[in-house]
Ligand binder design. Structure first.
Ligand code: A2P
Length: 343
């Protein structure tokens, strides 16, 4: 088997560091890793694979030395500038940003859902939005079985999805509350416009003219693209909640065909990447805690119950580690698939 060379762009960020952890766990046939970040991090070291890796500054010539794959987790602007450069040097880029997701020439891939799309790449493959990934892992088998008519997404999204500054906003909000509960000073905020501690922010990313946020539009458009259902009726409300890691989603789905609840649960139980945790009695269901979802690559589904307000509908509670399955792990699974299939 070939020994590959992989670049990790944005290695110092929340997703980049988790990618390093996942790569250590997976031990893929990679002979050489190179870690890139901004000029600010150039020369810093990161512990990886049992040694200290020196972080290099990303430049226009970074890919001249030749890479097989690059995982980009450095935001849309960096991806727009450097991913085409990397691709022109023969490197296959898996990009975590939204820069290329809706480009019809760029595959948008979740390996459990549409692995067949990988071969259609022209040097860049897009990793979907974290909230979309966990939703479609659960919804694809149900669409195949019962043909989805409409989806209503309501999300409860962790601060890790907003990067290091988002995590700091929650951490410092907690610290301020503990040390001085009446203090309403918000000057510590780096990422969010309002405190996230003891609060819920019903807006993620910027607002669009139609009143939706970009995050909501991403979920709608990316779900349609991945499920290959361009006309699927979907609506979404995305909310940031004071949870450090793991996104939760209440998903209401209406089907064209009727279903039998136990059969639907069985379908989910046997679907790739899904763990059903649906015991009501002892409240054994998915929570965004380390004891259940945090640190895992599977998508956890519970609270599975018929929506009695429509002819054929179901409610699901879907939780996943947004930094692992929602970003780093999904990107690495794409790379792994390409290696297995020699794409
Ligand atoms: P750096 O740490 O040097 O700023 P997060 O979303 O968690 O904040 O992470 C963003 C990642 O993108 C970090 O690794 C960050 O590196 C990286 N990044 C930001 N700007 C650039 C840039 N101009 N070139 C390369 N990487 C960048």
């Amino acid at each position: 088997m070939k020994n590959y060379k992989l670049a990790i762009v944005g290695a110092t960020g929340v997703v980049g560091r988790t990618a390093l952890k996942v790569l250590e766990e997976k031990q893929l046939p990679i002979a050489e890793y190179v870690l890139f970040a901004s000029k600010r991090s150039s020369g810093k070291t990161l512990p990886f694979m049992g040694k200290d890796y020196v972080v290099r500054e990303l430049t226009e010539h970074s890919f001249d030395e030749g890479f097989d794959f690059a995982i980009f987790s450095a935001g849309g602007d960096i991806a727009k500038k450097y991913a085409p450069i990397a691709a022109s040097c023969g490197c296959i880029v898996v990009d975590n940003s939204s820069a290329f997701r809706m480009d019809p020439t760029v595959p948008l891939v979740v390996p459990e859902v549409n692995p067949e799309e990988i071969v259609n790449h022209h040097g860049i493959i897009a990793n979907p939005n974290c909230s979309t990934i966990q939703a479609v892992v659960a919804l694809k088998p149900l669409d195949d079985a019962y043909h989805i008519k409409r989806i209503v997404y309501s999300t409860y999204q962790a601060v890790s999805g907003a990067g290091i500054r988002g995590i700091e906003d929650l951490r410092q909000g907690i610290e301020q509350y503990v040390s001085s509960p009446k203090n309403t000073n918000t000057s510590y905020l780096q990422k969010f416009p309002y405190p996230i501690f003891n609060n819920c922010l019903p807006h993620i990313d910027s607002f669009l003219e139609n009143g939706y946020t970009k995050e909501e539009e991403k979920m709608i458009n990316e779900t349609r693209k991945i499920l290959k259902r361009p006309d699927l009726k979907i609506t979404a409300t995305t909310v940031r909640v004071p949870v450090f890691n793991c996104h939760s989603e209440a998903i209401n789905v209406e089907f064209e065909k009727d279903f039998e609840l136990q059969q639907l649960i069985h379908t989910l139980t046997t679907s790739p990447g899904v763990v059903v945790q649906n015991t009501q009695g002892n409240r054994n269901m998915p929570y965004p805690l380390a004891t259940t979802c945090d640190g895992h690559d599977e998508v956890f589904v519970g609270r599975i119950r018929r929506d009695r307000s429509v002819d054929s509908g179901v409610n699901l509670w879907v939780v996943a580690d947004n930094i692992r399955k929602g970003a780093a792990s999904n990107a690495i699974q794409i790379v792994e698939k390409m290696m297995e299939e020699n794409v």
